[in-house]
Design a binder for this molecule. Sequence first.
Ligand SMILES: Cc1ncc(COP(=O)(O)O)c(C=O)c1O
Length: 416
Amino acid sequence: MKTPFISRERLAELTAQFPTPFHLYDEKGIRARARALHEAFAWNAGFKEYFAVKATPNPAILKILKEEGCGVDCASYVELLMSQKLGFAGDEIMFSSNNTPAEEFRLARELGAIINLDAYEDVAFLKEVAGIPKVISCRYNPGGVFELGTSIMDHPEEAKFGMTKAQLIQAFKDLKELGTEKFGIHALLASNTVSNDYYPALARQLFELAVEVLEATGIKLDFINLSGGVGVNYQPDGEENDIAVIGQGVRQAYEEILTPAGLGQVKIFTELGRFMLAPFGLLVTKVTHKKQTYRTYLGVDASAVNLLRPAMYGAYHHITNMDRPEGPTEIVDVVGSLCENNDKFAIQQELPVSQIGDTLVIHDTGAHGFSMGYQYNAKLRSSEILLEENGQARMIRRAERPEDYFATLYGFDFEK
Ligand SMILES: Cc1ncc(COP(=O)(O)O)c(C=O)c1O
């Protein structure tokens, strides 16, 4: 079972105050998760989490994480700007971009962000458009398949990200010549892994690479960035990742590989998004229609514009009917109102027999939820509400209005 972080009674107060649909975030849970992560990596003196802004790009959330000692991982101009305006210092900003426009490299350089180069070809490009910084990271793609035990987790050879080992070593040689003094490496080899073995296995690969880099170039890496990829269990039962176990697994690899190679000073960085935020967000929506044809459809006031993962990846998100904790059940499709048949939050799922007006919560929407939204059918993005540690609720983004949608159009005057 998944238990929402808010009671039925408190949520009823919130839905009376804020029109649905809205994304609701749990400050208490976010802070506890950040503390658990720091605790798990406390053995590494330089450890830092650079929260992946793309997961939940809201200043109120980023401020909470900043207070908990996190930096930010940005991948675009606007994410960089937001981070700057929130007062993140240069070394608190990782810029892990790809296919990067020149102006984004320029802004990253102005802010003193740590640039994480995605391509060998970017060495020359960065030199030309923004100059070579003193600190830099390179993103590694080992190719082939990435396996954990007997399971194939992902296919790095098919991924557009990162550079080959030979390219990475050559990039470091070039960058050293060009004046870079401190170096890091980064890799993201699988997404949403629910396994305590992912980070340790990735760490082993990167630690071995660090030793090869030292042998080939004489460079002692300053940091190793394990990126994101530690996932959450979206299903109502089964295992969750245990960050304390993960931290110890990375430590063991560190002590086996890096310390004996004279690299015991290397800082460990992470760029987690999903693990930090997903469980601490709920998409709150109301049942607006019920339709019976070959199936039973529950129409809700949220749609794929508010949460794209089910439509895009067929991703499962557990749903709780807050008004009917028990009672008879039925098999339903839970659908939004887009003119797209993939606009479904649940397909043939067993839910309590629901009525129009019931409040549903869609679980684990705190990361890659609101932020993946779009505006198909001219549907407008919802508000975001923060449930503060003190129990108060605060709007941290208002819902879009028609005038927001019209604001970028030329030759159309909404006011007329
Ligand atoms: C470069 C980079 N870092 C970090 C992340 C965060 O990944 P996750 O949310 O799985 O932790 C992503 C996800 O897309 C990414 O592309």
